[in-house]
Design a protein around this ligand. Sequence first.
Ligand code: NAD
Length: 519
Amino acid sequence: MTVDLPDGYDGPPLADLAAAVQTDGDETLRVETPMTGAAIGEVPACSPADVRTAAERAQQAQQEWMARPVSERVEAIEQFVSLVRGSQSDLLDLVQLESGKARYDAMEEILDVVATAGHYADRAPEYLATERVPGVVPLVTQASVDRDPYGVVGFITPWNYPLTLAISDVIPALLAGNTAIVKPAEQTPHTALFVAELLRKAGVPEGCLQILPGDGERLGEPLVAAVDAVSFTGSTAVGREVAALAGRELVPATLELGGNGPLIVREDAPLGRTVTGALRGAFASAGQLCIATERIYVHESRYDGFCDRLVERARGLTLDTSFEWDPDVGSLVSERQLSKVRSHVDEAVADGATLLTGGRHRPDVGPYAYEPTVLADVPEGSAVACEETFGPVVTVTPVADDEEAVARANDSEYGLHGSVWSGDADQGRALARRLDCGSVCVNDAYISMWASTGAPMGGRDDSGIGRRHGKEGFEKYTDPQSVVVQRGHPVAAPAGVPNRLMAATLSWYLRLARAVGLR
Ligand code: NAD
């Protein structure tokens, strides 16, 4: 295969990364760069048999990894954070090469990995400490909870945040004493392989994190069957399939799925900052972001002014595929993604939507490059309004008041993330509480939420089940065990005491205990 790396690539040699994949087969996966459409390398494509072998290796490695004091696991993750910082340039080049995104967008991924790993390294000892909880009879009953790792956790990840999503969820799982198998997206295996190598260099033993590139449809079933818990990030359609597999195997599954993010501009919103935030929400990673802004609802008194500014600023964004810092917006990832974006926009325009700016494929920039696009007058039932477009496309709609804004924002099968803009933070917060989403930013589009690692993040409705980040994002990789020590007599009728009397005593005790605050 002829490999043709784009000019300016200065990242790690890809063949070395591919050589780390452990497989018994000889099938390969061809990887292209969206920057030029050229082949950049091939990696071994793992088989179902490779998945089973990897799971055995992971089980063995897990025994030793779990037995280590948590402080040693923390030390390895701290070292990993240093290595990620030291590899910034390599990582930026690699993420851009495989995803086609702009450099600033790739940098957000590095910052996320550093922040998330640091957050959980700091908190893992506390999260794993034995927790005392009230026993049924104070002093007599001692109840405590310990958190064990599940064992081997399987991760199935998408291409849109190839670094963040390949590793940031793995970190808390490892800290909790699990080992991990990651099936990265077909488009972005090298990024996952590189970051796994950094973990190995940081002292995480081989076998604790294995990357298995390959076809999702082929590897999904054997992977879910071989692991003790699953973390899936991807589309809602595939998420349903993974949930069904997990249900059959009775393994816990977290599903981080699609979205169709609303952004509300209240009457009192500061327009300059709101437009800056909306541009970031709509066009970061060329809109290929699960928590992207796809629908904007603007109070009618501000609608014209908002649209004028948004369009002017969107036209000023630089669309390019290069390893430089200047471009604001990069490429879509593939022909498939491009054709979905084009069909959503073209269909809406054919049905009467007004194209305020953009709406053009730009093959002169890159094979899948598409202009930042703003649509108005979008028919309510159109695909661009109801489905996840996952591209640099945003719709704007005037609304009469907060009531209408909330009703329209919530009129979606998704419930991942929303954004509210207001000059009054309290009013903004109150409005945020009315959005049926797992998370909402007030006066920012998405990044202040994502970067607040202590706050759980995840979807409602068709956007998924479970949360990453926060305590929830750690505890989901643990299986709690309660140990209750009863001193003296067990909770049973002593010899000679009639059951009726014992039942009445217990009932009386529960009432009393609650009344005096013992329970
Ligand atoms: P996708 O569902 O097509 O693929 C995701 C992963 O699933 C890939 O690794 C793929 O190989 C694998 N896969 C495909 N078919 C499978 C099957 N039958 N069984 C098991 N695994 C299978 O999604 P995508 O196109 O790679 O990613 C884009 C989607 O991901 C968007 O919908 C986006 O909103 C979503 N996403 C969600 C979040 C979140 O946190 N909620 C984050 C990023 C992306």
